[in-house]
Structure formats: structure tokens, C-alpha cells
Design a protein around this ligand. Structure first.
Ligand SMILES: NC(=O)c1ccc[n+]([C@@H]2O[C@H](COP(=O)([O-])OP(=O)(O)OC[C@H]3O[C@@H](n4cnc5c(N)ncnc54)[C@H](O)[C@@H]3O)[C@@H](O)[C@H]2O)c1
Length: 363
């Protein structure tokens, strides 16, 4: 896509009947003014990707850590910095708040933002519990405000291509999604490796499989700081689609490889290589029955492999433009609060299964 703005219609989004939340004053409704709360590891990426947007800009950065604010001032001298989140949440100069803080703070900050009439862009995982997510969705609906959950991978060239392949039927009926997402660190203190890394795969699966999961089995262990640092999840979807996710902070090497098997074609996505990240294999197995029940004929198809061209735009840049566009044109983002809630429900089920040593949890 040459234009940085995503056309939501191109990805099959619904429309929502609501009024614009901007005051209809001159010059006010052509730019979404964003206040960013949290300028730690991820926050600077959000601010950088809001800069240069046609329809959005960062007008305030908040962090309770003075060193973080000093970094923000150095990188963006023209942006106002504050240490109290209420200065952002209550500011009449701000239309939307980006919540880029640890997950346990998401609910309170987002709730206050919505109560003050602000749209919300919020980090993954959306909230610490599905009850919190449901409450925020209800509040946003009442107030006619947008919630977008930062499921960044959905905006990468790789996932957009895989989505295109599944939507067009090129892969055929899906069989499985199998992901290895492992590295050494970065340890989080407040969440397990499942809540930290699995939201990426769960949001991708939610986007491409497009079916509610039926059940989850998860196992994991804590070795160092009281939260699971190695975990394995199996997710059962309707029509025999199965997904497996391996997340690990104790791997000596970083691996980001996903296999997606379809009846017609299979995909290998290696996110760490510069070229040919996504390879599509025309390979598969066909079983035909002969005369008797023992007479099954197995044939293997081993056709070409091709590596499609991927969009090279930075995912967060596309996503921030889409956020502003959804607000300005009253469209429901596909990564809205409901998408965030679906991921949180899977995370909760995984935690429950881990506590019960791998019991099957029905959703
Ligand atoms: N989408 C992605 O790919 C991606 C990548 C990394 C992190 N994240 C998410 O981003 C969020 C933040 O992660 P991080 O790694 O940047 O964490 P971090 O700890 O590095 O940064 C968080 C910052 O928020 C500040 N903060 C915390 N509570 C605050 C409050 N109430 N008011 C003002 N400032 C406050 C802290 O001082 C800190 O500077 C998490 O939800 C994480 O899951 C997403």
C-alpha cells in the first residue's frame, strides 16, 4: 500500500453509527491530538510513529519516571511533558490517550480516559482480566468512543500478506497454526511469559482463523522470579483447526517462526530474516480411498515454493494512522476492545489450565 493510511474497508471492517467526538470547531477535526502515558521501552515507538502522521500528533507525554521524561524532552523538545497522568487524562487539548504502561495499570488509566471523553489506544494485553475489558468496552460504547488495542503484528507486512492468503482461500481450509516465540529475557516483573509474548500469536490467530476457540490446554513453569518463564499452549478451534504456541524467556537463541498449514498450501513465516520472511509452499497430502477400508491411497503434493512481496512500512506507523482514521471517520477498528477481550479470555483460560497442570479449559 503506497498510502500510509489503511483503508479499513479493504480488511473487511464493519461501520459503526456514531457521532464524531470532536467539537465541531474550526481546525479541530482534522487532527487527532494524542497524549501518551508511559515512555519506557515501548512508549518512544508510539510517539515516534505518531510524528509524521497526516491526521494525528502527540501533544503531551506523561511518565512518572523523571529519567523517562528527560529522554522524551531530548527526543521531542516541542512536546509538553508531565509526570501526573491526570494532566493528560483531563486535558481539553487532548482527543485520545495512548496507554503504554504495564498491564496492571491499563484498566484505571483507560477508564479515566474514557470517563473524560477521550478515545483510547492501549497496549496489549488489553487488561488484567476479562471483567475489566468488558467494563471498558461498555463504557466506550456508552460514550461513543473508540478503543484500539495495540496488536502491532496485525499491521506488519507479513501478517497482512498471510491474512490476504487465508481470506482469499489460497491456503484452503486451515489445519493448524504453530508458533515458536522464544528468546533470552526480557523478563517482565508483573506478568508471565504467556501474558507478555502470547498476545502476539493469539491476536494473529484471532485475525486469521476468525473463529472463537473452543478449549485451551496450557502448561508452564516458573524458574526464576515467580511467574511462568516457559509455557506451551494448545488451542482448539472449530472444524479441527488446532494451534500451538511455545513462548519462552529462557531460550539461548531468539526464534520467531510460525507454520500455518492449509489444505491447499502451507506457510512458513520466519520473522527474523530480512528477505523471504513469508514462504508459501504448494505442498500437501491427499488421501483417497480405494476399494476396501484398508485401501487408502496417500499421495504427496510437492509443488513450488514462492516468497511473496511484503509491505515494508513500519507496522506501528500504519497502525497509528489507522487509529486516527477510525476516530475521524467513525469506523470500528478490527483491533478494537472486543478483539482485546478475546485475547484476554484466552490468556485467562491458559492461566487456569496451567494452575491445574494442563487441564482442558472450555471457553
Ligand atoms: N505491542 C508490542 O509489540 C509491545 C512491545 C513491548 C511492550 N508492549 C506493551 O507496552 C506496555 C509497556 O511496556 P514497556 O516494556 O514499555 O514497559 P516499561 O516498564 O519499559 O515502561 C512503562 C513506563 O510507564 C511508566 N508508568 C507506569 N505507570 C505509570 C503511570 N500510572 N503514570 C505514568 N507513567 C507510568 C513507567 O515509569 C515506565 O517508564 C505493556 O503493556 C507491554 O505489554 C507492547
Amino acid at each position: 500500500m503506497s498510502d500510509l493510511r489503511v483503508d479499513p474497508a479493504s480488511i473487511g471492517l464493519g461501520q459503526r453509527a456514531q457521532t464524531l467526538c470532536f467539537p465541531p470547531e474550526e481546525g479541530r477535526n482534522d487532527m487527532v491530538r494524542v497524549g501518551v502515558i508511559g515512555y519506557g521501552y515501548w512508549g518512544p515507538n508510539i510517539v515516534r510513529n505518531l510524528q509524521g502522521q497526516k491526521n494525528a500528533q502527540t501533544v503531551m507525554v506523561c511518565d512518572q519516571n523523571p529519567a523517562a521524561l528527560a529522554r522524551a524532552r531530548k527526543a521531542h523538545p516541542s512536546i509538553e511533558t508531565v509526570s501526573n497522568p491526570l494532566d493528560v487524562l483531563r486535558s481539553p487539548e487532548i482527543d485520545a490517550v495512548a496507554v503504554i504502561t504495564p498491564v496492571w495499570t491499563h484498566y484505571e488509566l483507560a477508564k479515566t480516559a474514557l470517563e473524560n471523553g477521550k478515545h483510547v489506544f492501549i497496549e496489549k494485553p488489553f487488561t488484567s482480566s476479562s471483567a475489566q475489558a468488558e467494563e471498558l468496552i461498555d463504557l466506550a460504547t456508552q460514550k461513543k468512543l473508540t478503543i484500539m488495542v495495540d496488536h502491532t503484528f496485525l499491521f506488519t507486512g507479513a501478517v497482512r500478506k498471510i491474512h490476504e492468503l487465508t481470506e482469499s482461500g489460497a491456503l484452503g481450509d486451515l489445519y493448524y497454526y504453530d508458533s515458536l516465540r522464544v528468546n533470552l529475557g526480557l523478563f517482565q516483573h508483573d506478568v508471565s511469559v504467556i501474558w507478555d509474548l502470547a498476545p502476539h500469536d493469539l491476536s494473529i490467530m484471532d485475525h486469521i482463523i476468525r473463529a472463537e476457540p473452543e478449549a485451551i490446554v496450557a502448561t508452564g513453569e516458573k524458574h526464576l522470579n515467580g511467574v511462568e518463564d516457559v509455557a506451551f499452549m494448545t488451542i482448539y478451534f472449530p472444524r479441527n483447526v488446532i494451534a500451538h504456541i511455545n513462548v519462552n524467556w529462557l531460550s539461548p537463541v531468539k526464534i520467531r517462526t510460525t507454520l500455518i498449514g492449509g489444505q491447499k498450501k502451507m506457510v512458513v513465516w520466519n520473522d527474523l530474516v530480512a528477505d523471504e520472511k513469508v514462504r508459501v509452499y504448494d505442498r500437501g497430502v491427499q488421501i483417497t480411498s480405494g476399494e476396501g477400508i484398508r485401501d487408502l491411497l496417500v499421495s504427496y503434493r510437492s509443488g513450488d515454493m514462492w516468497a511473496p512481496q511484503l509491505e515494508q512500512l513500519e507496522a506501528l506507523h500504519v497502525e497509528m494512522g489507522y487509529f486516527a482514521e477510525c476516530i475521524m471517520s467513525n469506523k470500528v477498528p478490527f483491533n478494537d476492545g472486543h478483539a482485546g477481550l478475546r485475547v484476554v479470555r484466552m490468556l485467562e483460560a491458559a492461566d487456569k489450565s496451567i494452575r491445574r497442570k494442563g487441564e482442558l479449559i472450555r471457553l
